[in-house]
Design a protein around this ligand. Sequence first.
Ligand code: HEM
Length: 414
Amino acid sequence: MSASASTLPPIESLFDPNSKSYAENPAPQCLAIAARGPLVWYAPWQAWIMTQMPDIMDCWKREYLSSDFYDWEFAPPRPTEENWNKFEKALVGHSLLADPDHHRLVRRITSPAFSRNVVDNIQRQIEPHVTRLFDDIGTPESFDYITEVAQHIPFISITAMVGVPEKYWPEMKRVTQTFTETWNPTISEERRLRAQEDSNKAIDILQVVIAERRENPQEGDFLSALLKIEAANENFNEWDIITLILALIGAGADTTLIAQQWSVYALLKSPDQVPYALESADAFSNAFSEIMRWSGNSKMGFARYAPSDMQLLGQEVKKGQMVLMMPHLKDHDPAYFSNPEKLDVRRKFEPDVLFGYGPRFCIGAALAKRQLYLTMGEMFKRFPNISLAEEPERDLEDHNAVVFKRLLLNTNIK
Ligand code: HEM
């Protein structure tokens, strides 16, 4: 270590995403860690943090680091094929994450399943459920947005997106809540196995739904689109479909829950921005990027693993070490955004990296923005004078993002 490096304060004294001060205002800590260099060793997580946008975009684009969880030095042993349960067959055997060539093929041939037509149709299917949620709320003086609305949206939109009939919803619900626990090494083995069991049951249901859909083809949802793709491509089979649907559940549930909370909070903190944000679906699409930038809610980053010992951005990185890309560190940097503390939903993003970049760009981006536009529109239509009932307390137990314990709103209906 150089003399100047040894005189720097320990990194954990500058940056602690689980601290109360980070939850209240992450910006100073994000700026402090980014100022420490392009690749910073963060001992509490035993991981490198990649801090600078050009490096992150290059890493996203060229994929020179592995996305395979089992390449991590602390991952449990990779299960062997003869012992795979259904969950492992989907996630290890056919992994969308592990094999970059297969991943690119899957993304290329499935792109028609994310066309504007499909998203429009999914929006039409989600709409009545959102209306029903607000009907159930009625016209109280106040309500908690998280328990009454936000917690229901991920499940509704993923099942509608995929096309899982409502009769299977009760059995599918648990997997959307526990999926991210299936490979979380910080929780007990017992809990991880229970979460895997939920996924195994969900796969059983998906196989029944797929069989039914083969018998009775339909139009307009993701599953129907994928079955057509399967029929036309010999390298894409039923297990690819199951893996993809699990990936949607894994990547689409938590993110949506967080985005719902912050969209409401940000717009109610700056009510002058509401008309611009809700002007149209396209206006909201930009507003959403701004809401997420302003919120600074990320605590972690996007994990990759060194495939071999390597020199990276001036550091010696060992095989298996985790590298966390943290694009959100720039979000309150005045070098990137003028008046970063101001929510300005018409701000321009060039490029907009909220949903990633390159081969692993978010599959659910269009759906995420559409479902938020729908719920925000419905909320302001029903309660045009809605306001925050209190400054919501941050939930320090959440390790992925800054979230609220509850989000109590006053409807202000006379
Ligand atoms: C609500 C806000 C959301 C945000 C901010 C978001 C952001 C992202 C980002 C940044 C990535 C790239 C991750 C990486 O490079 O490691 C990603 C990937 C992904 N997202 Fe999203 N996402 C959101 C919602 C959703 C939804 C609703 C779905 C599905 C219904 C979804 C499905 C996926 C999938 C499957 C991937 C992996 C793509 C691949 O590896 O090819 N996301 N998302």
